[in-house]
Write a protein that binds this ligand. Structure first.
Ligand code: E4P
Length: 219
């Protein structure tokens, strides 16, 4: 499963990209607003730091304007992925942009039928929002399972990009049920490496090592 990071904060992106496990980045209008920065400049900087797909979302609601915005966003860098909402206009824009060879991420997906439409419209990625479904008492992971089953049965290439991830358990569960990508808020990505027994074990190893008085680099 690929790891994308879900932020427009360039400092966070630089730091996490240095770990070597970041395959791409997703942004949305809320994340751009939170960054307080110019969208085009921000996306250009992110694309410089992360060579994988970088999702930049259109702001228009009508297909023709979405297509124009998508084309403009793709001029920024080769790794820009145009993000369009799962509406009929978004699906139309997806078809046109995909036919032009552009990567398209169809976002705000909350049902398996929506995911089916996105795949038929040529989406590179479909973004089911699992956390927002959990927030209203539904089961986001069940949606990922359904989409996996449909895409496998129908032989679609569209990648399932699990979005709106809230917990570390979401990450392992998405991996288990075959999501192709998970986009993680930086705090969740950092938490994945944490375990109290790792910390405790390391403390004990370091205390014992200090008693030996040795230095590997001087050996
Ligand atoms: C990513 O593509 C989505 O926009 C994002 O994961 C949404 O997350 P949220 O539900 O926490 O806003």
């Amino acid at each position: 499963m690929k790891f994308f990071i879900d932020t427009a904060d360039i400092a966070e992106i630089r730091e996490l990209a240095a770990t070597g496990i970041v395959d791409g980045v997703t942004t949305n209008p809320s994340l751009i607003a939170k960054s307080g920065r110019d969208m085009i400049e921000t996306i250009a900087e992110i694309c410089d730091v992360v060579p994988g797909p970088v999702s930049a979302e259109v702001a228009a609601l009508e297909a023709d304007k979405m297509i124009a915005e998508g084309r403009r966003l793709c001029e920024i860098a080769d790794n820009v992925t145009v993000k369009v909402p799962l509406t009929w206009d978004g699906l139309r824009a997806c078809r046109t942009l995909a036919d032009e060879g552009k990567m398209v991420n169809v976002t705000l997906c909350f049902s398996a039928n929506q995911a089916l439409l996105a795949a038929k419209a040529g989406a590179t990625f479909i973004s089911p929002f699992i956390g927002r479904l959990d927030d209203i008492g539904l089961d986001g992971l069940e949606l990922i399972e359904e989409i996996r089953e449909i895409y496998d049965a129908q032989d679609f290439d569209t990648e399932i990009l699990a979005a709106s991830i809230r917990t570390v358990n979401h990450v392992k569960d998405c991996a288990k049920i075959g999501a192709d990508v998970a986009t993680l808020p930086p705090a969740i990505l950092r938490k994945l490496a944490e375990h109290p027994l790792t910390d405790k074990g390391l403390d004990a190893f370091m205390a014992d090592w200090a008693k030996t008085g040795q230095d590997i680099l001087k050996g």
